[in-house]
Design a binder for this molecule. Structure first.
Ligand SMILES: [Zn+2]
Ligand SMILES: [Zn+2]
Length: 441
């Protein structure tokens, strides 16, 4: 009898061990799984292999771009970009001579001039996206990469999350295109000299792009997570994907286990939700605000040019026609696309996505996913015209001979761009795919 009891005991121990192992394996699989942020499909991440791009098999969204460069490469690029930026901050980037007078523009001149002309909101917007956001983004990246083994992971996680959120708002590249348009307009009225800060700004743009393009985001999150205690799931759990870092968090399903607060991501400490909270209504609110501003932005002039007692007001469309009439077709097309097509396309496409998501339509899901990624990527390029005005009002200050003043259209147009970016960010594209495979089954 003793042997039978012994065998039964051994069997129970084996069973417990098996359950334990299955539990641990399940945990390991969770660690390597991602919910596609575009379509909500659960995907298994492959082991890291430098150069490999892991994408979603259903919608093609990139889940993990495994970078070849070591961590020191983006760090040195970001440091270089920060130095270029500091130089561009203090040095002048453009000088013009006209009517026996002389005018110099620095990065900060445009926002200051907006403010002086009573358009503080537009000034604050230009100031935020050309001065604050790039500096903050680069600084955060340098601290995160440089302090990875030194600083407390809690701090680094918050810094890296902010870096990722700020990334689309650092608009040095768009600013340079706005500069190109302003430059061609200025040459018609004055002798223009490009100054050192312009080259520094180009250097800043290139090194910043190199830094962004070589940071392995998932790998950094993993480095930050290994130093933190990740709680193992126990009991009945469901998986919630983190909007900040993509980690799948096991969250207790039992009613008794729910806390009053939103659960937080175990890897980056951001609040986690099944879907972005109030996504549809927030997105509609921003979209309606953008639509309301789109009309005055196109009807009212966005700048007034006074030249030798002649006063000309330019609407967005008028500016495009003027560029075309001066024979600058490539620039006319660029501005037409950036200022007219993109905002309209964003409003129409996002409206279509919101309506189809609310109707739980299953049609054209792949197309809608691609369209969402496209408008998300392209939105910031609409700022070209606002930057062009900020450069022109900073430089063309020759009294009655020639001067440019901002007008209300520029403020409305800046509002359209910001509202559409917010609307796209508020929308959760997984809601479209939920029609196909409901999340709450
Ligand atoms: Zn997907
Ligand atoms: Zn997270």
């Amino acid at each position: 009898m003793e042997t039978v009891a012994h065998l039964m005991e051994k069997q129970r121990a084996d069973q417990r061990e098996g359950e334990q192992r299955a539990h641990e394996n399940a945990h390991e699989r969770w660690e390597e799984q991602r919910e596609c942020p575009q379509c909500g499909l659960l995907c298994q991440l492959p082991p890291r292999y430098p150069g490999l791009v892991a994408d979603c098999p259903r919608c093609g969204e990139v889940l993990w771009r495994m970078r070849k460069a070591r961590r020191s490469f983006p760090l040195s690029c970001a440091l270089g970009a920060l130095l270029f930026y500091l130089f561009a901050l203090v040095a002048p980037f453009l000088e013009i001579h006209a009517y026996g007078r002389f005018s110099v523009a620095r990065l900060s001149t445009g926002p200051a001039q907006f403010l002086a002309e009573g358009f503080g909101l537009a000034g604050a917007l230009v100031f935020a996206v050309t001065l604050v956001a790039p500096a903050a983004k680069l600084g955060l990246l340098v601290i995160t990469l440089g302090g990875l083994r030194i600083l407390p992971p809690n701090l680094l996680r918050a810094l890296f999350r902010t870096y990722l959120a700020l990334a689309p708002w650092a608009m040095i590249d768009v600013y340079l295109l706005g500069f190109l348009v302003a430059y061609t307009k200025l040459t018609a009225y004055a002798v223009v000299h490009l100054d050192t800060a312009l080259y520094a700004l180009i250097g800043c743009m290139l090194t910043m792009a190199a830094a962004d393009g070589s940071v392995d985001i998932e790998q950094i999150w993993r480095t930050l997570a290994t130093r933190a205690a990740v709680a193992k799931p126990a009991g009945h759990v469901s998986l919630l994907s983190c909007h900040g870092c993509g980690y799948l968090n096991p969250v207790h399903d039992e009613p008794g286990q729910h806390t009053a607060h939103d659960p937080h991501c175990q890897r980056c400490s951001a609040p986690v939700h099944a879907r972005k909270p109030d996504s549809i209504s927030r997105s509609w609110a921003f979209l309606l605000a953008a639509m309301a501003l789109y009309i005055p932005a196109n009807i009212y002039p966005f700048m007034v040019l006074t030249s030798l007692a002649h006063s000309n007001s330019y609407t967005i469309f008028g500016g495009i026609i003027e560029l075309a009439q001066s024979g600058l077709w490539p620039l006319a097309l660029l501005v037409f696309f950036a200022s007219f097509t993109i905002p309209l396309m964003k409003i129409v496409l996002l409206g279509y996505m919101l309506i189809t998501a609310q109707m739980k339509s299953k049609s054209l899901l792949r197309f809608r996913s691609h369209a969402y990624r496209f408008i998300d990527f392209i939105g910031r390029w609409s700022m070209i015209d606002v930057f062009m005005v900020s450069i022109l009002i900073a430089l063309m200050r020759f009294g009655q001979f020639a001067s440019v003043h901002a007008a209300i259209g520029a403020v409305c147009f800046g509002g359209v761009v910001v509202m559409t970016i917010f609307a796209v960010q508020a929308f959760d594209p997984r809601l479209m795919w939920d029609a196909e495979r409901p999340f709450y089954e």
